[in-house]
Design a protein around this ligand. Structure first.
Ligand code: TRP
Length: 349
């Protein structure tokens, strides 16, 4: 069987998910995000909520704010400082506990970045070029393929391996990168002696939350509800969302994407019951009644997070302190790993 096939990854991922509950202490989870904007409900239900759960179960957790990845497919770092700051605020508001979880920016960890050199020697140009996610990102960017975009999966391997992460919660699009990371770990260990674990992907049970127009929730589509939005902004966004003129509300994702996305959003935000039940309850109330229910559900669900966010934002210098402390701890780990790598390679002088 092809080890890299989706079925194989899914099977391993299911086994790990089951084992996590039994032996959380065996796992070190590393995952991360690109700081390109505010986190929204799609991120929350897709991954953040699960990170908090794993953290609270006793899995060792680390989160990289992947600032260098921002320039893989765009030409600017405008707003990056503000994006990083707000990303940390979103994490903390959502329940990430900085006492348990190290939050760091990989640009601040020199020894992590230095792993890139030995790692690049372990991959071939052909392997880099056939990564389907890199290809898709290059096409979407409309730019020529840069050296960084081509090699960022190797840099992502540095993110994972510097702290010896052995489980990486990811969506399907990130599977090729995890496969590449496993290959790098395996080749390094074979060549120089065992230093790295071969990390496993944990496919997030991605509740693919639809955006308000039924397409995938994404900031670039203008259909995303940011965790940091105010109740008024949220109400406005929901009010503006596209439904249809049929007053009778039904759950029909194919033919009524807008209406169905709203129903799903209410259900995810704890309205109770299923989408079909909620639709039946609204009946002929039309999209006005539906939107009112969704607005209440979303704002009710996000209220405690927004409150916590505001409280944390009030504390002068607190977020900066979390980042500095996270980077300090990540540097300690990275330096220790790089020392092991130098020793394994005989580069000790
Ligand atoms: N590439 C990931 C994304 O776009 C972010 C990321 C960077 C990441 N480094 C990582 C995810 C390491 C998992 C592990 O979402």
């Amino acid at each position: 069987m092809n080890e890299g096939s989706f079925e194989a990854s899914k099977k391993r991922s299911d086994e790990i998910t089951a084992d996590l509950g039994v032996h959380p202490e065996k796992y070190l989870m590393l995952t991360g995000d690109r700081p390109t904007g505010r986190l929204h409900l799609g991120h929350y239900f897709g991954t953040i909520k699960q990170r908090v759960k794993l953290q609270d179960m006793g899995v060792t957790t680390r989160i990289v704010i992947a600032d260098y990845q921002v320039i893989t497919d765009r030409d600017t770092t405008a707003n990056i400082q503000d994006n990083v700051y707000n990303m940390v605020l979103d994490y903390l508001a959502a329940g990430i506990d900085p006492e348990k979880t190290i939050i760091f920016t990989h640009s601040a960890i020199p020894a992590l970045n230095q792993l890139m050199l030995p790692f690049l020697s372990l991959v071939t140009e052909a392997e880099l070029e056939r990564n389907p996610t890199v290809k898709a990102e290059q096409e979407a960017s409309g730019h020529a393929l840069t050296g960084l975009l081509l090699t960022y999966p190797v840099h992502q391997a540095c993110d994972i391996l510097f702290c010896k992460g052995n489980v990486v919660p990811v969506g399907k699009d990130q599977l090729p990168h995890i496969e590449q990371t496993r290959q790098i770990a395996r080749r390094f260990n074979e060549r120089y002696g065992r230093v790295f674990p071969e990390p496993e992907a944990m496919l997030t049970e991605a509740v693919l939350i639809p955006g308000l127009d039924g397409r995938k929730m994404s900031k670039s589509y203008g259909n995303a509800i940011a965790l940091s939005a105010t109740a008024e902004e949220t109400a406005k966004l929901i009010k503006k969302s596209k439904t249809d003129s049929d007053r009778n509300i039904t759950f029909d994702q194919e033919n009524r994407p807008g209406v169905s996305a709203l129903l799903t959003t209410a259900v995810l935000c704890g309205r109770g019951g299923t989408e079909a039940e909620l639709a039946a309850e609204i009946g002929d109330g039309g999209s006005g009644a539906l939107k009112k229910i969704v607005t209440e559900a979303v704002n009710g669900y996000l209220a405690p997070m927004r409150e916590r966010r505001a409280e944390i934002a009030e504390r002068k210098g607190y977020v900066e302190e979390i980042i500095h402390e996270g980077n300090r701890r990540a540097n300690e780990i990275a330096n220790a790993t790089l020392d092991e790598v130098r020793a394994a390679m005989g580069m000790v002088y």
